[in-house]
Design a protein around this ligand. Structure first.
Ligand code: DAH
Length: 347
């Protein structure tokens, strides 16, 4: 900007003001703005040199020129600030555009995993029984013959041992064929009254096909108290099944034989697919066999140090794998341990 050669007067101030406003308005960059600021408003700028000259004006001109000078100064400062704010706003807009992020998109990197269908069912069963005052117990997968058979009223010569094809290990141990040994371990560890469930893996030396696996999951359940009856058993089973199938279920008990319960039952539910009318799922019978159960045999109580004169209870064995298959409509048990991600990602 040209430095004024004439003595300061109102029209010079006016002209300086207009030029500067025009430059501010057309400035394209922060640097251009800064240049205007230095030239006009800076310590050695045009307005400063006008101020210095004020002393040389006649007193009557001085007041008027002083006012105009101050007004111009304020106006230009405001114009500069506003223009700068526009630049900053634009810069922010560019940055936001560049850094825009859609937080609803899946995170980059490996896809998060999901729980296995058997685990999902297991957790539901655990949550329910915890809410009913049961403990969740764990037992060893490598068991003693005593816990897997003898303590469950299955003596060495008993035909029930043939009911389960067992993986025997060196030293007389075995891979547990059911979760029932945890009943025994529960009674050994805790005195009655006792409410427990024991989910876990079990093993049978079985030919594998669409409905048989050598490795699968069960949940054992047991309640020991005074005067436990079949009515209690039915109540707990119905509560469990309602929760799992998320609908009302009708159950029936048929006699069933297991050496560790007396009486023993097979619990069936009315087929949820056809509502008892008969369909391929229930093999036209209207009922689906779901779990064996019964009142704990006095011998089993006695062997674990529980007096059957004082205490009794019920027990049940639920096929977790089977339940998961029914709940999710899985028609081949081998899928569960296939490790096939196309299958697993559906849960
Ligand atoms: N442990 C048995 C099995 O795997 C199932 C079973 C039957 C468990 C009756 C029980 C019961 O607790 O009372 O074949």
């Amino acid at each position: 900007m040209e430095l004024p050669t004439k003595l300061v007067n109102l029209s010079l101030i006016q002209q300086l003001r207009e030029d500067a406003l025009a430059r501010i308005a057309s400035a394209e960059t922060k640097d251009a703005l800064e240049a205007v600021r230095v030239e006009v408003l800076g310590r050695k700028g045009a307005l400063a040199s006008f101020s210095k000259e004020m002393g040389r004006l006649a007193p009557e001109e001085r007041a008027e020129a002083g006012k105009k000078l101050n007004a111009a100064k304020q106006e230009l400062e405001t114009a500069l600030e506003q223009r700068l704010a526009v630049f900053e706003q634009e810069a922010l807009g560019r940055r936001l555009d560049a850094e825009w992020l859609d937080l609803t998109l899946p995170a980059p990197g490996p896809r998060p995993g999901s729980l296995h269908p058997v685990t999902l069912i297991q957790r539901e069963v655990e949550d329910l029984f915890l809410s009913l005052g049961f403990r969740v117990l764990d037992g060893p997968e490598v068991e003693t013959e005593y816990h897997n058979f003898d303590a469950l009223n299955i003596p060495p010569h008993h035909p029930a041992r043939d009911m389960q094809d067992t993986f025997w290990l060196d030293g007389g141990r075995l891979l547990r064929t059911h979760t029932s040994p945890v009943q025994v371990r529960g009674m050994e560890q805790f005195r009655p009254p006792l409410r427990m469930i024991a989910p876990g893996r079990v093993f049978r030396n079985e030919e594998v096909d669409a409905s048989h696996e050598h490795t699968f999951y069960q949940v054992e359940g047991m309640m020991i108290d005074r005067d436990v009856s079949v009515a209690h058993l039915i109540y707990f089973m119905q509560t469990l099944l309602r929760r799992i199938f998320r609908s009302d279920v009708t159950v029936r008990l048929r006699p069933g034989y297991f050496p560790f319960v007396e009486p023993g039952f097979e619990l069936d539910i009315r087929c949820l697919i056809c509502d008892g009318e008969g369909c391929p799922v229930c093999k036209q019978s209207g009922w689906v066999e779901l779990m064996p159960c019964g009142l704990v045999h006095p011998n089993v109580l006695r062997m674990s140090g529980v007096d059957p004169e004082e205490w009794n209870g019920f027990a049940f064995g639920l096929g977790l794998t089977r339940l998961a298959m029914m709940r999710y409509g899985i028609d081949d048990i081998r899928l569960l341990q296939s490790g096939d991600l196309r299958f697993l990602r559906q849960f």
